[in-house]
Design a protein around this ligand. Structure first.
Ligand SMILES: [Zn+2]
Length: 183
């Protein structure tokens, strides 16, 4: 076997690579769901294939697990379609007036943006709010929590006790929603 080779086994592609390692290692990259097999230089191609065959069940099971419950990095980078963007725009457009009314605030401007580390952002000075496009992959009550959260920043800039008191008054299950959002 050359330094690198792709094995196709049971409908799965495994990128095999020889490296200066002592023992064989099989893993799935959390970034792109690619299966990798690292084998020592001394091992033969047959050895690599035998190892794969022995572990194919584990590989499939683990792949399924990651697919049904992807790590946050994979989820946030997942493609967002035009249709989903429109859907999210509609959802937020509906939620905003309700929350403006409840909290007695007014949003000047809002937009959607790809954001990696935040679900939303509020500029208190200008009254501008940005929502992460990744929200479309979340349940409605989580989206609503982010809307409530960012609008509450128009009342309280910091995450103070007072800030969360404002949220809790109007959104009693905010903690559950936040946990689900970041889980
Ligand atoms: Zn905040």
């Amino acid at each position: 076997m050359l330094t690198k080779k792709i094995f196709k086994i049971d409908g799965l592609q495994v990128l095999a690579e020889r490296k200066r390692v002592r023992s064989v290692r099989l893993y799935i990259s959390q970034k792109d769901l690619q299966a990798h097999l690292t084998i020592p230089y001394y091992a033969s191609e047959k050895f690599a294939l035998d190892f794969l065959n022995k572990n194919i069940k584990w590989l499939k099971r683990t792949m399924e697990k990651i697919k049904t419950n992807p790590p946050p990095a994979l989820r946030r980078e997942a493609e967002i379609t035009e249709k989903e963007m429109e859907e999210l725009k509609k959802l937020i457009s509906n939620l905003l007036p309700q929350w403006e009314f409840r909290l007695g605030v007014k949003v000047k401007n809002w937009k959607l943006r790809k954001m990696k580390t935040q679900w939303g952002n509020c500029k208190m000075k200008t009254g501008e709010i940005t929502f992460s496009t990744g929200l479309i992959k979340k349940p409605l009550h989580c989206i609503e929590y982010v809307v409530a959260h960012e609008l509450a920043h128009l009342i309280e800039a910091n995450h103070s006790e007072k800030f969360y008191a404002v949220i809790a008054k109007h959104f009693p299950y905010w903690k559950e929603a936040r946990t689900e959002l970041n889980g």
